[in-house]
Design a protein around this ligand. Sequence first.
Ligand code: NZQ
Ligand code: ZN
Length: 392
Amino acid sequence: MLNFDFCSPTYFAFGKDTEERTGELVKRFGGSKVLIHYGEGSVERSGLLNRVKKSLQESEIEFVELGGVQPNPRASLVYEGIELCREEQVDFILGVGGGSAVDSAKAIAVGVPYDGDFWDLYEQRPEIEEVIPVGTIITLAATGSEGSNSSVITQEKGWKKYGFRSELIRPVFSIMNPELTYTLPPYQTACGIVDMLSHILERYFSNTKEVDLTDRMSEAVMKSIIDNAFIVMNDPENYGARANLMWAGNIAHNDTLGVGREQDWSSHQIEHELSALYDVAHGAGLAVVLPAFMKFTMPKHVMRYAQLANRVWNMDINFEDPKQTASKGIAAFEMFFKMIGMPTTFEELGAKEEDIPQLTSKVRIKGDGEILGFFEPLTRDDIRSIYQLCVG
Ligand code: NZQ
Ligand code: ZN
């Protein structure tokens, strides 16, 4: 196990009616004038927005609002939010909705005190020193943005989808009421399920030795996600299953499961180009990329994949031919994605084979720009092969 620092300071209020505590929590974390930032209408239709405003009014907290965050949140609305916060002297940002609303809220929070174009931060990823505090009310169990140190924004100029990370953008509080996820369309529920599984797998794709504790925790969380996924796909208002999935989404990405190990994240980088080019849902893109990434990397990591198949899918390891077990485990993930209604090929996603050269050249690789990831260091040629495997 590697050395690590771990500090996940977000205060979580979890359970039924917790959104009624919005005012109390904003006050506790020092907010006096709030920007309520949300998406394209689900929080209005569900009545959540009115309940949030009522709670703020009862705590005598002023607020302004900015809706309209699109899935794959755009830089243009972030600029608008920054302007609004400066004009209105906002001192607290409340992201209400899915990961996109929360990520856009985080971008505004770093952009307001930054003396320059906020996009520089996403492009260059410098250390930042100042941020407006962010709280969240999450309505989609998926990204874990309610507890994570990251925000992902799409810049329309050039259609770049880049992430920014800083410990300062972990939300100070997050309200998590599983009932708020009842209204999700099945497709979005499934996208969220794939995303949270992928956040665990990106950490599981590691060559670090002696991480048995976090391996076993990861396997347990994956099993629970899969079990509860089948329940909610059949019974969307099952509180227990929604609650387990909601907390799993947070655990999957607040790094509880990733400490002390080298993590991979290649599948995310490869997927981000699909979301950027075709504006597809992140989870749907991952359902296509993950099986392809697994198939490509499996031959060099047979026992790791055989362990995954054994512990998550209860498959006996064939010690004569562990590759067979490893392949069956990967096929089980692919089949699971299909069963919950996710695409698993380029065609089903709406991506085009002829775009593979463009996608490959756009994938963002930090450092020397040549090698992506750690589990299996990928060259651009390897990335092209993974996209090719996505074609099906
Ligand atoms: O815009 P509204 O009307 O709110 O509708 C949304 C949107 O259309 C809808 N929705 C959300 N909650 C709902 C609901 N509809 C009915 N009932 C509800 N309770 O769902 C649609 C998708 O919402 P979105 O926020 O885009 O989804 P998600 O939470 O999956 O977020 C995806 C974004 O997060 C990024 C992704 O790349 C993508 O841009 N990620 C952020 C991460 C982070 N900050 O840590 C990590 C992830 O890996 C990911 O990259
Ligand atoms: Zn993700």
